[in-house]
Design a protein around this ligand. Structure first.
Ligand code: M6R
Length: 598
């Protein structure tokens, strides 16, 4: 994970600090910069959020034309100043995103050569190795190239070397990196989001292509002379993203869902989706992590029900390690908001290596997953800043719903009238979600009561089990209340042992074909004195005797769109619980928005 950035321009510190602000979603355990100033590399670092670094920098006046910066999500070594990047050895300073897997051997070797290490990170071996080779009279380019032949693992590196006339070096292997030549300078960053207004054209370097950036030009190293730098437009360029009237990005993103779904319901993307031949498919496998995986779980139910396609879902970190069986005419779908998740990317590469047909469902256009899959469909959620994913989930579901309809159409599995009904149901989404958001005060009351507990159990049935899981994940992520989710029928097979007056149970219970079964599960909860909370429609209310703050009422909702609607109260519950508990909503502890390490 981690965000890296570099700039070669007049007053390079400004774009670096701005970029770090935009990259903070990749990690915020610590941050730091190195700047080439008066023939000297100056490095300033701070523990915690970027504001701490800014505060330290405000106490000194640093100027320079060549600067690198880093925002960290700790892997090797605690989140303290010593382990913060950049790491410096002599005249070399380095920022790193990724993991150097053989760092212990390299460190041992370097120590035998007399090097002394300050940090417990894997990254620190990089400046030491470069320095070692520079001492052997190699040129900076040779020293860097020699260094990377020693590294095993993944890396994107920004490298400053004193005495190189304001050159900044960048190189990657496996980890994301983007380069840009602007009117006022040259820049590098972990992803396009980190780049500012001067970066309308960007280049995605290939693995192990050494790039030299300076004020006037971007150069590939001599080895790559046959490769051309091919710039593409930066869709994220200079977009200023603010919270508006909201107290957090997550809150803003929850409220944005109404407009996003309005846009998705008027836009017809069938033409795009018809690029996939669903008629002859024998199987779909959907692979993702976290929230995107729960979107996959819901999508499975739609593909099976409306298009009669065999669907398997898998957690990306497991997929390639379990010898998955890829059959003829199988479509593998990779779902990722960021398009950079290391596990999902590795699973995609694995599927490609087995000649599977690949489709990516991403929010970030031009992300690595988007670029590497055969087909790519965007989910059009716009930049999602809150670490806890909300609008990307509903947009993933919305696009899956449309793809499932296309599959149903091609396979003629349901009647045209049913297909029409599915489309009409979809059109209702933004209006129903708007209504739920208007009733948010009711959810605040429920959150007030629930936030007194340390553990919460969520139950759902059918596709809503995935929504219960997503609700539990949201709550854990931002309120730190321990929450688990089960298919309600599973309760009696074990988790029921947990139930007593200290274990509240939240049941997602809108009216559908499983309501009667769910009502029995609710009885089982009440019989064990567990505090009961229900998110359901009026038809359920008469069966349960609950107080105002224990029942969140949903309008009557067509079954096909229930999962998309039911997640909204889950998002509100997590948001308000975290607010009541005074937690950091957008940057919860230990997490990062984009998980770019395995
Ligand atoms: O960018 P991705 O969709 O690939 O990310 C996958 C997960 O890391 C992500 O959904 C994570 O679980 C979120 N923090 C959930 O809110």
């Amino acid at each position: 994970m981690c965000g890296i950035i570099g700039a070669v321009t007049e007053s390079a510190i400004e774009p670096v600090l701005e970029g770090l602000g935009r990259l903070e979603y990749r990690g915020y355990d610590s941050s730091g910069i190195s700047i080439l100033s008066n023939n000297k590399i100056q490095t300033i670092k701070a523990q915690g959020k970027l504001n701490n670094l800014k505060e330290r920098l405000s106490m000194q006046s640093l100027e320079g034309k060549c600067c690198i910066g880093h925002t960290r999500w700790a892997t090797h070594g605690r989140a303290n100043v010593t382990n913060a990047h950049p790491h410096q050895c002599g005249q070399v300073s380095v920022v790193h995103n990724g993991i150097i897997e053989n760092y212990l051997q390299l460190k041992q070797q370097l120590m035998q050569w007399g090097h002394h290490f300050d940090s417990s990170t894997d990254s620190e071996v990089v400046p030491h190795l470069i320095n070692h080779y520079l001492a052997q009279q190699m040129s900076p380019e040779e020293a860097i190239e020699k260094t990377i032949t020693q590294l095993k693992g993944s890396y994107a590196l920004g490298i400053l070397i004193n005495g190189t006339s304001n050159n900044l070096y960048a190189i990657k292997q496996g980890s994301p990196l983007v380069i840009s030549q602007g009117n006022n300078g040259a820049y590098m960053a972990s992803d396009a989001m980190g780049l500012g207004a001067d970066s309308s054209k960007i280049y995605y370097p290939k693995d192990n292509q050494l790039i030299t950036l300076n004020n006037h030009e971007i150069k590939l190293c001599s080895r790559s002379l046959n490769t051309k730098i091919h710039y593409v437009n930066n869709k994220h360029c200079s977009k200023v993203i603010s919270k508006g009237e909201h107290s957090s990005f997550m809150e803003k993103e929850i409220f944005e869902q109404v407009d996003l779904l309005k846009k998705l319901s008027v836009n017809n993307y069938y033409d795009k989706y018809s690029a996939i031949n669903f008629k002859d498919l024998n199987k779909i496998t959907i692979i993702a992590c976290g929230t995107s995986y729960y979107a996959a779980s819901v999508a499975k139910t739609w593909f099976e029900k409306y298009a009669n396609i065999l669907v398997e879902i898998d957690i990306a970190s497991e997929y390639r390690y379990r010898s998955p069986i890829i059959i003829d005419n199988e479509l593998t779908i990779f779902v990722s908001q960021s398009g950079e998740t290391a596990d999902t990317l590795a699973a995609l590469r694995y599927a490609k290596s087995k000649s599977a047909q690949t489709l990516a469902l991403v929010n970030v256009a031009n992300s690595t997953i988007a670029r590497e899959a055969k087909f790519t469909f965007e989910i059009y959620a716009g930049p999602e800043i809150g670490v806890a994913s909300t609008k990307a989930f509903t947009c993933q579901l919305a696009i899956f719903y449309k793809i499932a309809m296309e599959a149903a159409k091609q396979r003629s599995f349901i009647e045209p009238s049913e297909l029409k009904e599915l489309a009409l149901n979809f059109m209702q989404l933004p209006y129903i979600i708007e209504k739920i958001l208007q009733n948010r005060t009711d959810m605040k009351m429920m959150a007030k009561k629930l936030s007194n507990y340390s553990n919460i159990l969520f139950l759902g049935r059918g596709a809503l089990t995935a929504i219960a899981q997503e609700g539990a994940l949201k709550l854990k992520e931002i309120s730190y209340i321990h929450a688990e989710a089960y298919a309600a029928g599973e309760l009696k097979h074990g988790p029921i042992a947990l139930l007593d007056e200290k274990m509240p149970v939240v049941v997602i219970a809108p009216k559908n074909n499983l309501t009667d079964k769910l009502l029995s599960n609710i009885q089982e909860v009440q019989a064990r004195n567990a505090p009961l909370f229900i998110i359901g429609d009026s038809s359920i209310r008469e069966y349960v005797n609950l107080q105002e703050d224990e029942f969140f009422e949903l309008p009557l909702i067509p079954e096909s769109i229930l999962p998309i609607i039911s997640v909204i109260p889950m998002q509100l519950l997590a948001l308000y619980s975290a607010k009541i508990l005074g937690k950091n909503i957008d940057q919860p502890r230990n997490l990062a928005k984009s998980v770019t390490v395995e």
